[in-house]
Structures are given as C-alpha cells and as structure tokens.
Write a protein that binds this ligand. Sequence first.
Ligand code: HMG
Length: 407
Amino acid sequence: MTDVGVTDISIYVPSYYLTHQDLAEARGVPVDKFHIGLGNFKMSIIPNWEDSVTMAANAAYQLLMKTGTDPKEIRQMVVSTESGVDYSKPVASYVQELLGIGIRCRIYEVKHACYGGTAGLINSVDRIARTNRESEKALVIMTDIAHYGFENSGEPTQGAGAVAMLVERNPKLFSVDTTQNGVYSKSVFDFWRPSGHVVPIVDGHYSIECYLKALEESAMDLKENLQLNGRRLIETLDYVVYHMPFCNMAKKAHRHFVQLEYKDADNAEREKRFKETFEKMVEPGLFGVREVGNIYTGSVYMGLVSLLESEREEVEGKKVGIFSYGSGCGAEFLICNIKENAQKLIDGLNFKKQLDRRKKISIEHYTHIYSQKPQDVRYFPQEVRHFKDEYTQFVFTGIKDHKRQYV
Ligand code: HMG
C-alpha cells in the first residue's frame, strides 16, 4: 500500500496575548474558574493587521521555507476555516497569491466548523495516494479566529492561529491510513454562526454532550474498522490528542474514553487507569491550548505539535490517536503513525520559541482591537514593516474597492 502522510507541519500564532488573570479581574470572575475550571492561562489575540488569510499564509510560508518546497510543486491546496473573509472567494485564493502557488493547482476552501481541517487532510492524503505523479504534493492549512464577543461564557475560550501541513508520498513525519478511521456526523445545534452573525450562537453545555457522544460513536466505528476482536483501542495507541476548545475538554474527553474502554472495571480501577493514561498519553499535548486557546480547525493539530515538541525522540515510531470534532456536528477518530527519525523535524517546530515572542496586551487594548471592524482598518504600506517579524511575513492593510489588500 502507498505510504502517504505528512512530511512536515508548522504552526502560526499572532503576536499578542491576553492573560486569563486580566480577563477574570475585568469580568469579576474568580481566576480559578479559568485556570482550574477550564485549564487555560492565556489566549492569542489577533491584531487588526491580521486575519484568517495572513495567518494561513504565515503558517504555510514557514513550512515551504523549512522543507525547501517550491510553491509551484503544490498540486492541491486546501484551506479549512470557519473564519472566511468572503462568501464566494476562498481564503485559499488569497493565500495562493501571497505564497506564489502555481496555476496548475486545485485550490479550495472547506468549512465544517472545527472538523474542516481533518476533512482537508483526509481528502489530500487520498488525492496523493491516487495520483500518477510520485512527487505530487498537497498543502493543507487550517486557520481560524475563535471570537465569542464580550462578557459571555465562551469569551475565556477564545484564541487565534493556523496550522499548515505538507502531504506527500513516503512522508517524513507521520503516515495516515485513511481506511483506519472512525466517523460520526449528526445535525445538531450546539454551536453555529448564521450568515451575517459576527460571533457564534453557543449552547455551551449541550456542545460538550454532543462532543462526548461523537467521541463515543467514532471510537466505536474505529474499533470495528480495526477489527480489534475484543482488544481495547486505548491499548493499541501510545498517545491521544483530542480537539481542544479549552484545555480541560481533553480531560473530560479522556475520562469518557477510559470509561468506555474499561466498562467492565469498577470506579476505582477506572479512575486509576484514567490518571495513569492521562498523564502519559494526553498531558504532553496540552501546552499549546493553555497558551493559545481555541483555534477551531487547527486546534487538534496544535495539540499534535505540542505533543511532538514535548516528547521529541520519545514519540518516534509511536501511534497517535487524533480525535477531531466540529460542531454542527461531524467527527473523526484517526491514527497518525509517527516515523522513526522524526526528531530532526520536531526540533524545527519551534512552537515554544514562537509563543515566547508574543507581547502581553491589556484588557483595554484587547477591547479596542476586538471592537474594530475590518472596513475601519486603514494602514499605509510603509507603516506595515513595523508589524512584520520573523513569523509574521504577511499583513492585511485594509479594503480598497471591496478588495482585501495584503503585503
Ligand atoms: P460556563 O457555564 O461559564 O462554566 O461555561 P461552568 O460553570 O460550566 O464552569 C466551567 C468549569 O469550571 C466547571 O468544571 C466548574 O466546576 C469550574 P467542570 O464541571 O466542567 O469540571 N469552576 C471552577 N473551578 C475552580 N474554581 C472556581 C470555579 N468556578 C467554576 N471558582 C463552557 C463553560 C465550556 C460551556 C463555555 O466556556 C462555552 O460555552 N464555551 C464555548 C463552547 C465550547 O467550547 N464547547 C466545547 C465542546 S464543542 C467544540 O469543541 C466545538 C467548538 O470548538 C466549535 C467548532 O467546532 O467550531 C467550540
């Protein structure tokens, strides 16, 4: 069977963050609700000179540079987002121009809430597996701004960022076998953003129920596909990364997974298994969400980047279960088989280094930024160089003749 998967991955987070300490003080909420109850400490804030296009291009630019990929070699580019900038023109078209991706490339945008990134990845792996050209490459990008508005229960789960992956044959980082998966979809109203709404409508506690049900069903489907014959799925995996709208969602998800997997055990035994496996299999993937918050489509893959950077050589040759959930809802449980000798690539992720370059902003500054409308953004190209840094190569400069401008 053709070995297809991801040769390298990169992540981009914007240059500002707000602390949950400052948010808690401003909202009159005990900070422990955010630190202990949700498990989050900082949220990435996107400045007005960035949007889903610049974050996508900034993530993918790093990836093309570090892999030495000529943009003209990309034959498929999928951008997954629920933070689109236009009802018709895809974010992918803007990114094509910024990155210099060639014209002989299939380019499109995918939307299915946070699940969209996985849809783009699975489709790209299948495309590369079927192509006649050995060296064909696909670029999969997930880019989003989790924005709930002010003074509501979703506000402390906000974040922003993008992830980019290069898909090819004989991948260097991990393989994905798209037949070894478990899927689930059902129409629900747990989180949705009707056309014209700037922020989503959320039934928060119900969304957690929908997520856990999707985990249960897709794990069951994966078990059937793998024909485990009574063996436990959890025992065939080395790590699990869950979609993480906030850090403790991974804890809730893993507790549920352990309960399902050890149905026959008593409560004390299940709690022991939960503690042991959580620390070993899940905890190493959590530092990104604590620092960044929810990045919707890229969230589960930010968890994967965190895991790779935390575990380094330990993760070589290991099996990582990925549980991807998107409201609405759709879910998939898949497996990434990490390659031997992946450490050199992992050393090039530099996620912690990128997080350290961010600037803390005040609650007043955050309020100002998130009160602005895109049409109010007017920068002059000569001022724009102040906003660029090692990671931020592309910025948004405003709208002219209904056309978004970037440099
Ligand atoms: P809430 O109602 O404000 O919070 O909203 P809560 O009262 O449920 O408290 C949260 C936790 O903090 C609880 O712990 C409290 O006990 C604890 P839990 O019972 O969950 O273990 N707590 C405290 N702990 C210590 N000290 C204190 C304290 N006070 C309370 N003083 C909610 C929480 C997650 C619902 C809200 O943030 C929300 O609506 N978030 C957005 C929706 C969401 O993230 N849903 C998750 C599943 S759906 C999903 O993941 C899809 C999504 O990514 C979108 C997409 O697909 O595009 C969102």
